[in-house]
Design a protein around this ligand. Structure first.
Ligand SMILES: [Zn+2]
Length: 396
């Protein structure tokens, strides 16, 4: 859908420079009044570029600010994300505020996790929960008829805006957005992962976006509304989540919900691994040991993460299951403490933590991450099968 993909390089660079310049001034501002002025100019520019399909200029400005100007980077990233997921739409000549929402679900299963088209009944029921628990009176809402994996969701700012626009149009019509499933890539199979529903709320400009923002409604009623929404949604999606254990997280604006999903998925994945070993191989947490190690690669510009190798207690070489814990900007030392505490809560008390950094290694054959063992090496996981004739190397 990108219009005019062949924007000249010079024009693109000029755009990126202007955005970066404005973002730096915004990050230096010391008052709300000055903030607002820079923000207004940035919002106008960002919205214009998004509407014309030139989202790349914004990504280039972010690249330019990169590590040199972290505050300006954060300011521009915040603002650009917010512009991509929300906009003004005209309905009968009147301006309306529209927001794209995501509803994260964390799930794990011994079978393949669903990423699938939703039946009209499920869409209808999800829409009823959005209308009933989240939206204010008189709002127009929409739901996409697909349960997405993270790699199926729109990624660039321009893609987010395109998806948002589609849901906003659906909200103005009958509230059901039909997703072209053929264009989506196949998700990577994981024991535990996040799934997302997409929704939209459209209200008259300047009026409350959520039920609990309305005049005369207690702002704290948000808590019970969220609780009710999550309980009802669990019921609604149960037929889609057969064979899975899952948990619905609070819905939020698109980018905030994705961040929350990533964050909560970490401990959820650790729990899933421990439950899985108990359920499938009758290995209780007390019969396990965990090895924690930081993985990092400066050259690759990839984000650092902590990997956790799980072995039978006393087995220092063989890793039977592994969990990746991305740092997501968190402090490494604190994260190791957090992981240790989570393991103890789950009943795993034998823990080895390596201080030295491991290179971010993946299996050449299957692409699976390598995990640390207690002996201090990065190894491929091997399922805990007892058979004497089992080969000692993983099968691909
Ligand atoms: Zn492999």
């Amino acid at each position: 859908m990108r219009r005019n993909r062949f924007i000249s390089r010079a024009r693109h660079q000029a755009d990126a420079d202007t955005l970066a310049k404005l973002a730096r001034r915004l990050s230096e501002s010391g008052s709300r009044i000055e903030d607002r002025l820079w923000e207004r100019r940035l919002v106008e520019l960002v919205n214009d570029r998004l509407a014309r399909g030139f989202g790349d200029a914004i990504e280039a400005a972010l690249e330019e600010l990169g590590s040199e100007h972290p505050r300006a980077y954060d300011d521009l990233a915040d603002l650009a994300e917010s512009c991509a997921e929300s906009t003004t739409v005209e309905i009968d000549g009147k301006p309306h505020d529209a927001l794209l929402l995501a509803i994260p679900l964390l799930a794990w299963s011994r079978y393949r996790l669903p990423a699938t088209k939703l039946s009209p009944t499920v869409v209808e029921n999800v829409l009823a929960q959005v209308v009933g628990h989240l939206a204010p009176r008189g709002a127009r809402c929409a739901v996409a008829d697909y349960l997405f994996s993270i790699d199926q969701l729109p990624e660039s700012l321009g893609e987010v805006r395109d998806t948002a626009d589609q849901l906003f149009s659906a909200a103005v019509q009958d509230g059901r957005h039909k997703v072209d499933a053929k264009s989506l890539r196949e998700p990577i199979a994981m024991l535990a992962d996040a799934r997302y529903l997409l929704a939209a709320i459209v209200v008259a400009q300047g009026s409350p976006l959520f039920h609990w923002q309305q005049t005369g409604v207690d702002p704290d009623s948000k808590l019970s509304a969220m609780q009710a929404f999550r309980e009802q949604l669990d019921n609604v999606v149960t037929p889609v989540m057969t064979g899975c254990k899952f948990r619905t997280l609070p819905p939020n604006a698109f980018h905030a919900a994705l961040r929350q999903g990533d964050r909560e998925l970490r401990e959820f994945s650790l729990e899933a691994a421990i439950f899985y070993l108990k359920l499938s191989f009758d290995l209780s947490p007390s019969a396990l040991q965990a090895t924690i190690a930081p993985y990092d690669e400066k050259r690759e510009r990839s984000a650092p993460e902590i990997r956790i190798g799980i072995s039978r207690a006393g087995e220092d070489d063989l890793v039977i299951e592994g969990v990746v814990w991305p740092l997501l900007g968190d402090d490494e030392e604190r994260s190791v403490e957090e992981i240790e505490a989570a393991l103890r809560r789950l009943g795993v008390v034998r823990i080895v933590a390596h201080a030295h950094r491991f290179p971010l290694e993946f299996c050449d054959d299957c692409g699976a991450p390598m995990f640390p063992n207690a002996a201090g090496h990065s190894v491929h996981t091997e399922p805990p099968d007892e058979g004497e004739e089992q080969p000692s190397t993983p099968l691909h």
